[in-house]
Design a protein around this ligand. Structure first.
Ligand code: PA5
Length: 496
């Protein structure tokens, strides 16, 4: 063992460089407990899959055809972002030494992926670590702290300036549209502060933009001001953009191996091209959720048993909710469909929401996210052997404890007749995270096809954005302003 290895022992398995090395990195989907033979009345039978056959093959064909026709550009990201990844790595190396804090200014699809990946791969107290230990578990560490300023809560932004020095920070403005008020207002505040402190020329070096190649304000501003810019490919929407510079740039600035993320996604894509749902975890996941919706189970809980995967539930919640919650189907019919994602954390929520999940209404399915090999091991000392209710814990690892508790929750759900399934990652690293995110994206697109809705737009979000623009008197929103002003006035009787 070299001196460096002793200083920085590998805490978690290195991601394999090539898909052919990925056999022991396979993500497993266990849906036994979605089946009626395990959970009874609310479960499914194999005949249910057969009965759905026509719909499934129609949806699979539609996905294959759309992809071939260039209508699903996000599916090609694992293959076409190689050069981009190389540029990003070179830029990160160039800026690393002078950057103490890397700050993402973005929201929704421009924020949740970067947070989820950082949390999954790096130390849970990454920002608090001494600089030389920040980043991968091996040298070279020394990466900047990462902050994601997504909300526009004024306290949050002001307090951020208490802990970062803007003259030693790099601000990554991420907006596909270039018009999102939250992101662009943060940019306007920070650009002004930087220019006041550093002058226009020097301020430039502290801003990097990630946006569309041609459309929107941000690309125009970036060109005029001379900001470094990375491109979000035109056919890729916000919540499907983690494998573009939206996710790759912040990840690279935290030392994440972005090529392994792409390799994991490419490996998953191999499975996801299979039209047989028993061989395609993404399609099976979508089918199970679709059948649950059809059986009046409009809620799906995602419950990772790993703090590293906690923000994966936040990322998934947006992906699933914004993609599948729709008023109209593709034929223009009013359908008001969707499945409400609920976030939970194992084991923490065993002491909070699990009571509801086991004994409450039959309106939900639970998706457990498990891990075979955690990055660390810690053993409970063999003390209090004379106290039976504590002594049994002596010599047990926390790894065993969390896994046994996960299995126990799975059992409790099963005996309560509550459908549940488990996605297991052999370990959490870049390769498996790339694979997991890609799988859930494909599942979302496929569920959209099964539901006959457009999974890639978000008219409900636009409605809220437009109402805010109208309130501020943005030109072009006069009609919306009139519509807003004519809404029913609040009755004081109902405000107590
Ligand atoms: O998934 C989406 O499309 C949205 O959540 C967007 O990412 C979010 O609204 C931010 O939009 P933009 O990237 O245009 O600023």
């Amino acid at each position: 063992m070299s001196q460096m290895d002793e200083l920085y022992p590998p805490a978690h398995p290195e991601p394999p460089a090539h898909p052919e090395d990925s056999a022991d990195m396979k993500i497993r989907l266990d849906f036994n407990n979605m089946m009626s033979e395990f959970v009874g009345k609310y479960g499914f039978s194999e005949q249910d899959f057969v009965d759905l056959g026509g719909k499934v093959s129609k949806a699979a064909l539609a996905c294959t055809q759309k992809r071939a026709a260039g209508g699903m550009d996000w599916r090609d990201l694992p293959y076409n972002q190689g050069d981009v990844a190389a540029d990003i790595k070179a830029y990160a190396q160039e800026m690393k030494a002078e950057t103490d804090a890397f700050v993402v200014l973005g929201i929704g699809g421009s924020a949740l992926g970067p947070m989820a990946v950082q949390q999954a791969i790096n130390h849970p107290f990454y920002n608090e670590l001494p600089r030389e230990k920040r980043g991968p578990t091996r040298p070279p560490g020394g990466w900047p702290r990462l902050y994601v300023a997504d909300n526009v809560d004024p306290e949050r932004l002001v307090y951020l300036f208490d802990i970062i020095d803007i003259t030693k920070s790099l601000f990554n403005v991420i907006s596909k549209s270039g018009s999102t008020s939250e992101t662009m207002s943060q940019f306007m505040i920070i650009k002004t502060m930087l220019e006041e402190k550093l002058g226009k020329e020097e301020a430039k070096r502290h801003i990097v933009c990630t946006t569309d190649k041609e459309k929107g304000n941000l690309i125009k501003i970036a060109r005029e001001e001379g900001y470094k810019t990375f491109v979000i490919p035109s056919g890729v929407g916000g919540r499907f953009s983690e494998l573009t510079p939206v996710g790759l740039l912040p990840a690279a600035f935290c030392g994440v191996d972005i090529e392994a993320l792409l390799a994991g996604a490419a490996d998953m894509d191999r499975l996801c091209q299979n039209e047989d749902i028993y061989a395609n975890p993404a399609y099976m996941f979508a089918v199970l959720n679709y059948m649950a919706m059809e059986r009046n189970m409009p809620i799906c809980v995602m419950m990772p048993y790993a703090d590293s995967l906690k923000y994966m539930s936040d990322w998934f919640a947006q992906l699933w909710a914004e993609s599948l919650g729709k008023k109209h189907d593709l034929d223009g019919k009013t359908v008001n469909v969707g499945q409400t994602p609920v976030k939970a954390l194992g084991v923490t929520d065993q002491h909070s929401q699990v009571q509801l999940f086991t004994e409450g209404p039959f309106d939900k399915i639970v998706i457990l996210l498990g891990v075979d090999r955690y990055k660390e091991t810690i053993t409970i000392p063999k003390i209090y052997a004379d106290i039976p209710s504590l002594g049994f814990l002596g010599g047990v690892t926390h790894n065993q404890l969390i896994q046994v508790e996960q299995a126990a929750t799975e059992y409790a759900l099963m005996v309560s007749g509550k459908p549940n399934m488990t996605i297991t990652l052999p370990c959490v690293n870049e390769f498996t995270i790339g694979g997991l995110m890609y799988m859930l994206e494909v599942a979302t697109g496929f569920a959209g096809e099964l539901m006959n809705i457009n999974a890639f737009d978000q008219p409900g979000v636009e409605e809220g954005k437009n109402a805010a623009y109208a309130t501020f008197g943005r030109p072009g929103y006069e009609a919306k302003k009139q519509e807003l002003d004519s809404r029913p006035q609040k009755n004081v009787k109902y405000i107590i």
